[in-house]
Design a protein around this ligand. Sequence first.
Ligand SMILES: Cc1ncc(COP(=O)(O)O)c(C=O)c1O
Length: 386
Amino acid sequence: MSFDPHTQGFSTASIHAGYEPDDYYGSINMPIYASTTFAQNAPNDLRRGFEYTRVGNPTIVSLEKAVAALEGAEYGRAFSSGMAATDILFRVLLKPGDHIVLGNDAYGGTYRLIDTVFTAWGITYTVVDTSVVDEVKNAIQDNTKLIWVETPTNPALGITDIEAVAKLTEGTSAKLVVDNTFASPYLQQPLALGAHAVLHSTTKYIGGHSDVVGGLVVTNDQALDEELLFMQGGVGPIPSVFDAYLTARGLKTLAVRMDRHCDNAEKVAEFLDSRDEVSAVLYPGLKNHPGHEIAAKQMKRFGGMISVRFAGGEEAAKKFCTSTKLICLAESLGGVESLLEHPATMTHQSAAGSQLEVPRDLVRISIGIEDVEDLLADVEQALNQL
Ligand SMILES: Cc1ncc(COP(=O)(O)O)c(C=O)c1O
């Protein structure tokens, strides 16, 4: 029942990769191995390679293998949150004196981590619009070790040509890392396009039910993976086994959920685009989106995230946030339920005054998998209040 990427599809892999029913009870699901330590046959003679959960646990490893399979990766390492995964990846890839190229639209927490913790550590960074490949090219320095790309970006839904940016790293010591959280492995597989590593906040689409926080990094680079493994054990930011189980359970339905997220988002984006209260709909599935062609090339579909700018400015944006009845005002995204938020004062507050500042008339909507008629009715009644 193990996954063969050459003969099986994505949904089959998301259900079967990383685990086979065991010889003892034949449990259909990977058991939650709630054990900090594992009995040994003789000193340092391990039964199936496990000794202590901080350095490895079967439930966690099963999740790592499943996500790696879905991303077409050899290796995967799970962490306690997307930010823990980001922090460890930075620490593995960067040394004092190194330089990062960062997009001008990115998750606020990623920017804050670089701008506070890592600058204090002697790291410098240049912010560019990564959707313009020449801007990335011109920003690369001799000491650039990391190009950090989100695509689609959080929250402006910008699109970067992963393959073109990956080509820029050839012959340099820079690694391209793609934060694939908004797309999920169902819609986009950056390693196949030349990225060196992919990061997920599994808190979002992979978990999919807004009930578990986690992060994961996949790569085909064995040396990088060994360093990540060392940091898992050496630093300890691993997920709990209960969280790893919940995340793996969410992963099994990723494909069906993503298709419904995309179906709904396409309809809601079109509706928003038809309304006078809205000055711009930022959704890569719309033909008028500047990244539409590239998104169509590198993504299976266009995702479940939409950002909207309001003709009535910040006041209208905030009023919209408190006028929806079904779509809940809350941070986070990627769950089965629709959520909306005002990034400038919520998730991206830390980017205020920086090159990553988010326009104050912008609202981000995570379109859930409810009945689309109900979502459209809710959006319409909220717009009618502006
Ligand atoms: C694109 C992106 N990357 C990383 C993160 C950080 O993930 P976590 O909240 O799991 O630490 C987030 C969180 O919102 C995100 O949206």
